[in-house]
Design a binder for this molecule. Structure first.
Ligand code: GAP
Length: 453
């Protein structure tokens, strides 16, 4: 299959949809917003939670060799000395002598200011960690940092996890949480921000088997994105050259996605060797190793780290799901979201607002929402209501009409194919369950019939 050179999705349309339908708002918007910070709205928070749940199910719940962790964001400052972040986590920065805007010199293609053409200063290193103070005194001794990656929480807890779970090599720790980087350049919506969320795995292996496990995790992670419905042709693996490897990495490959602005990193998979455990052992004076019962040896495991961004996965999923077509004679915008990820799984739509239909529709709504996020909409024409649900990726609409009162049946309409079936209310829940799990709409429950192709 040939790779598309360019994404078909327009970022402006996506940003506008997110704003209009309550997926994402600019942070502190009433004060003019805060640069590169975003708030996830009522639908965004559901989609984001579903992404994190899907990741957790795949990498913790369904595996014997993984456990979870939720370490604190603020860590002992020595952590960052040992990890190399205090010294090495910086970008080279130049400043325009005219307008004083700052730029990353490694990303500049010109030797003058892109904004005003002014002369630039020599590059100097700018540390990306946010600093704050712990306690009431603001002095050197009380400086702490907001973590720039969740990874270090897992390294410093290696012994705790080992002792409390009695896991044998190879095993991994997984964590989801906020990270903060005072990025010099941000942008492309939620792609690069200063506060973001990561889903990271630290997988501990015997030295010598690291190459094999690195390849395993690359494949595993690519398959995970495909399992969410992301098209394989929009994913590409980019191995790092020796020159661009991070200070801790022996090998690294990025999983890139074809975003509207071009191919860019969605996830990085690194072989960190024994760098982190050795550094933290040195710095803390603790022994961070694994005792091999068979060989009676202490081993310092190597670490394979698949590190993904929640916000970038969110953006990739929206880009891949966005579509425009003609449905029921009208132009529509729709999100082909995987039902597992869709913020709302079904919408209950009484055909009319009349008192006669409301009790039955509300009863159904109350019953379905015990199990799923479901919405109820009785405002405007049925066509308008379908469009509203299509635009937010709701996979199924359940319509109650006047016949429902007689035959105790309702119509299920599928978002992507527009096909409809009519099913007995008694079997609605089990039918929806099967359809949400991917069963073809036209597999009918007893008493069901095809309504509209
Ligand atoms: N522990 C390794 C690590 O943090 P990274 O490549 O710097 O590696 C991993 O970050 C992932 O975190 C990236 O692939 C990306 O998805 C996400 N990420 C990093 N910086 C980000 C930012 N400023 N905004 C949004 N996501 C970011």
């Amino acid at each position: 299959m040939t790779e598309p050179a360019q994404s078909k999705v327009d970022m402006e349309k996506l940003v506008s949809l997110c704003r209009r339908r309550g997926f994402i708002f600019p942070s502190s918007e009433i004060y003019g917003g805060l640069s590169s910070c975003w708030d996830y709205g009522p639908l965004g928070v559901e989609l984001k939670r579903n992404i994190k749940d899907a990741w957790w199910r795949a990498v913790v719940q369904q595996r014997d060799d993984m456990v979870g962790l939720d370490a604190s964001i603020l860590m002992h400052p020595q952590t960052w000395q040992a990890s190399g972040h205090l010294e090495g986590f910086s970008d080279p920065l130049v400043e325009c002598k005219g307008c004083h805007l700052r730029w990353r010199s490694d990303e500049l293609n010109a030797d003058c200011c892109p904004e005003c053409g002014g002369e630039l200063t020599e590059p100097r290193l700018f540390n990306l960690m946010f600093k704050t103070f712990m306690g009431p005194v603001e002095d050197e001794a009380s400086i702490v940092y907001l973590r720039p990656e969740t990874a270090q929480g897992m390294f410093v807890n290696f012994e705790n996890v080992l002792n409390t779970t009695r896991k044998r090599l190879p095993f991994g720790i997984a964590q989801i949480g906020k990270s903060f980087r005072n990025e010099v350049t941000t942008g492309n919506f939620i792609f690069r921000s200063r506060e973001f969320e990561q889903m990271e795995i630290e997988y501990f292996v015997r030295p010598g088997t690291d190459k094999e496990w690195f390849d395993y995790w690359v494949e595993e992670r690519l398959n995970w994105y495909a399992s969410l419905g992301i098209r394989r042709q929009n994913l590409k693996l980019r191995p790092h050259t020796k020159e661009e490897l991070a200070h801790y990495a022996r090998e690294c490959s990025d999983i890139n996605y074809l975003f509207p602005m071009g191919w860019a990193e969605l996830e990085g998979i690194a072989n960190r060797g024994d760098f982190d455990l050795v550094q933290h052992a040195k710095s803390s004076g603790k022994t961070l190793s694994y005792y091999d019962e068979e060989t009676k040896e202490h081993i310092v495991p190597y670490i394979i780290e698949p590190s993904a961004g929640v916000d970038r996965t969110f953006l990739a999923i929206l880009c891949d799901a966005y579509d425009e077509d003609i449905a029921e004679g009208e132009k529509r915008v729709l999100l082909h979201l995987n039902p597992d990820l869709a913020p709302i799984k079904a919408a209950v739509l009484p055909l009319s607002r009349k008192e006669t239909l409301a009790p039955m529709a509300k009863e159904l709504y109350a019953d379905l929402r015990k199990k799923w996020m479901v919405s109820y909409d009785d405002a405007q024409s049925i066509g308008r209501r379908y469009r509203r649900q299509d635009e937010i990726g709701t996979p199924f609409c359940v319509t109650i009409d006047f016949e429902s009162l007689e035959d105790k049946q309702v119509t299920i309409r599928e978002r992507d194919s527009l096909r409809q079936i009519r099913v007995p209310i008694d079997s609605l829940k089990t039918t929806l369950q099967a359809k949400l799990a991917g069963e073809d709409l036209f597999v009918l429950p007893p008493g069901g019939k095809v309504w509209k192709e």
